[in-house]
Design a protein around this ligand. Structure first.
Ligand SMILES: [Ca+2]
Length: 690
């Protein structure tokens, strides 16, 4: 019998240097140091482009080792999209070009063009054979559940199949779940029994395809895989059993053996992904359903659809639609296009057990590369422009103001709020926020323990580790997007605590309701007026209240001037808060905020005195946003922190700092005006605000 081992090594674009260093030392290097002593073992190997480029630059001796393994026939290189995009999230041209970039890089280093492809997150769609075929790819690998979902049985999975789209052929190998869950977690005897059984049944091929990080980086595996010698033992076992079990490369097998037959696969990813991309309550039901199904019926439950992440997380949708817009504009600018490709790296657009969307530095990387691309496409002359159009393709218009320094996006459908503010000199979106929302796994937090031990015998999916005690205290769910210029009309009884927990009653209807927009363009100014004729509930009555906010952007200035006009026949005074959320990569280090209070941490909680200015200082992204405003009665603040799941357990993640000046508004004497100026300053290398 033949055994294909396919290892996929990946680090997202924007991941920190020390993380790559740890991954190199913990998994990538030790794996091949073990492999090199077993000359008869063959491995198919994929490195995503960002990681591979880093290795070429930082670890040339490692590349030399890989080349020697390649030359002695021990590894076959597998390609992929250069920056590991999920192909269904990007255009066919971009997908094809990214694969060709990766193939060229592999050819440059290893001497020949790979023909196989690691399909990112195994997100398969029926058109993919066409894209791959155009890029010169002849075969790929997906998980076995793809095959089971269209009716194949376990015994049908020991080989490969062929498919086509519009006549473009592709060979597809099913990676076996049993091997994925056993390597490198179960004793070798368990694998031996399984493989012997398959051999006895006359099967010709078993395929294992999985992440290289499982060998050393997943919790507990450093000890089990290397210190206790699981991997060495596995390779020894394979070497000793060569008479009946032979490791082969994809190409060798394809050259020798015919396919088992034709296949047409549905839109599908691996089993866990099918759970993660469902809405939270359904994801729980789905997980329960597949774990209770012992029979073949369970394999027909295919879970959700990957692109639904764009619905589940509007923040992901906004990044995605910006990426699609910029990539179209960048077609004739190779440098800009390269940044778009880097922004297409999949991790930031979704969330499962790997942090992904929940990690601020990964979202910042997407925005950073998109803003960099946009800067390269900007006119060289100073400019200011405005537009009202459907930016995020939901058939409702957004508004955008842009000049040579900043770009501001406003959600007209919900509150006329400012949901993205790009500061071009530092290529940073200072409002790459994420709101606190319910996730199916939150129910498990009470079961989680800081004492659950990762000993390498459990996969990530079996563990409930909490990285700190009392995480349930941070489970608050937002009822609106954590954007800025969010207009809160509140009763005087609302408390900071209830506002922080989103457990208060808001009598105004401005936060989630639509604003009507008009745009005016003059030579050096663009102004956007957003108006809502809404209501406030007062004394059991619905009283008309109108809020109009006019936002001006001048040429050559990283500033927004906001003029509020509040009017209505409201007899009692009420609280009016304008909420801002600024996102940073973290809350600690030399970052701070100052509201006339001196330096305060970005995680400060509570109500502060009536300063007319809030400064937020972040020397890492080199930005210092400042808001100045008419004297309020107080300023409310708290950190927006989510509780999310990563490969090491449940953790608290800082997303943004909420700050909200609050005014007491009495309209009995006439309309009320409030002025706000929002400026984004850069920070020089000496930590001075510029
Ligand atoms: Ca829209």
């Amino acid at each position: 019998m033949n055994l294909i081992l396919c290892i996929h090594n990946h680090q997202p674009v924007g991941n920190m240097d020390f993380i790559l260093e740890d991954a190199y030392k913990g998994a990538y290097l030790p794996f091949f140091e073990v492999l090199k002593d077993f000359r008869d073992i063959k491995v198919n190997l994929h490195f995503s482009g960002f990681l591979f480029s880093w290795l070429c630059e930082k670890k040339p001796e490692f590349i030399t080792l890989l080349k020697s393994l390649k030359n002695q026939g021990q590894i076959e290189i597998v390609s992929g999209g250069m920056y590991e995009p999920v192909l269904s999230l990007i255009s066919e041209d971009d997908g094809c070009n990214q694969i060709k970039m990766h193939i060229d890089l592999m050819e440059e280093v290893f001497g020949d063009k790979p023909k196989g492809l690691w399909l990112t997150e195994r997100v398969y769609e029926p058109h993919i054979p066409h894209t791959l075929n155009k890029a010169g790819i002849t075969h790929t690998l997906v998980d076995d559940n793809h095959f089971k979902a269209v009716g194949l049985k376990e015994d049908d999975l020991f080989g490969y199949y062929v498919t086509e789209h519009e006549g473009h052929k592709l060979a597809i190998f099913p990676g076996l779940e049993f091997l994925r869950y056993s390597i490198p977690f179960k004793p070798i005897e368990v694998l031996d029994n399984y493989l012997k059984e398959a051999d006895k049944k006359g099967h010709d091929l078993a395929v294992f395809g999985d992440d290289g990080e499982k060998f050393g980086l997943w919790p507990g595996t450093k000890k089990s895989v290397y210190e206790e010698g699981w991997l060495k033992g596995f390779f020894e076992y394979l070497t000793e059993n060569q008479d009946w079990l032979k490791t082969v490369t994809f190409s060798e097998y394809l050259a020798d053996k015919p396919p088992k037959g034709p296949i047409y696969l549905d839109c599908q990813s691996y089993k866990e992904m099918g759970e993660w991309c469902l809405p939270p309550t359904l994801s729980k039901q789905y997980a329960a359903a597949i774990s209770s199904e012992k029979s073949d019926e369970g394999t027909l439950l295919k879970g959700g659809y990957f692109k639904h992440f764009l619905v589940k997380y509007p923040e992901s949708n906004d990044m995605h639609k910006k990426m699609l817009a910029v990539t179209r504009q960048a077609n004739n600018n190779p440098e800009a296009k390269k940044h778009v490709y880097m922004a297409q790296c999949n991790d930031s657009y979704w969330h499962g057990v790997f942090g992904g969307l929940y990690l601020p530095h990964l979202r910042a990387s997407v925005y950073g590369h998109l803003i960099e691309a946009e800067k390269r496409l900007d006119s060289e002359k100073a400019f200011v422009e405005g537009k009202i159009e459907d930016v995020n393709l939901d058939s409702v218009d957004e508004a955008v103001l842009v000049n040579n320094f900043i770009k501001a996006y406003f959600c007209l459908k919900e509150g006329g709020s400012l949901y993205e503010l790009d500061y071009k000199p530092a290529t940073t979106n200072v409002m790459a926020n994420l709101c606190r929302r319910y996730e199916g796994y939150h129910d498990k937090i009470t079961m989680a323990s800081v004492n659950d031990v990762a000993d390498g015998t459990k996969t990530i999916h079996d563990m409930f580790v909490a990285k700190e005690e009392g995480l349930e205290r941070f489970l608050h769910y937002d009822w609106y997007r954590r954007a800025s210029l969010v207009d809160h009309v509140m009763g005087k009884d609302v408390t900071w605590e209830s506002f922080y927990r989103c457990q208060y009653y808001e009598p105004g209807d401005f936060v989630k309701e639509p604003y009507l927009a008009t745009l005016k363009k003059e030579k050096k100014t663009a102004s956007l007026s957003m108006k809502r004729e809404g209501h406030v509930w007062m004394g059991g009555k619905r009283v008309p209240l109108t809020i109009e906010k006019t936002i001006r952007m001048n040429v050559d200035e990283a500033a927004l001037y906001v003029d509020y006009l509040i009017d209505g026949d409201v007899k009692e005074s009420f609280l009016f808060g304008v909420e801002f959320n600024f996102s940073f990569l973290g809350s600690g280090g030399d970052r701070y905020m100052d509201m006339g209070t001196g330096k305060l941490p970005l995680t400060s909680k509570g109500i502060y005195g009536p300063s007319q200015k809030i400064l937020l200082f972040d020397p890492y992204q080199k930005v210092a946003p400042v808001i100045e405003f008419d004297r309020p009665i107080s300023i409310w603040t708290f950190p927006v922190e989510v509780v999310s799941l990563s490969e090491t357990g449940f953790e608290r993640n800082y997303q943004s700092t909420m700050c909200m000046p609050v005014w007491e508004v009495d309209l009995t004497a006439g309309p009320r005006k409030i002025h706000i100026k929002l400026v984004v300053n850069g920070i020089s290398s000496h930590n001075n605000v510029q």
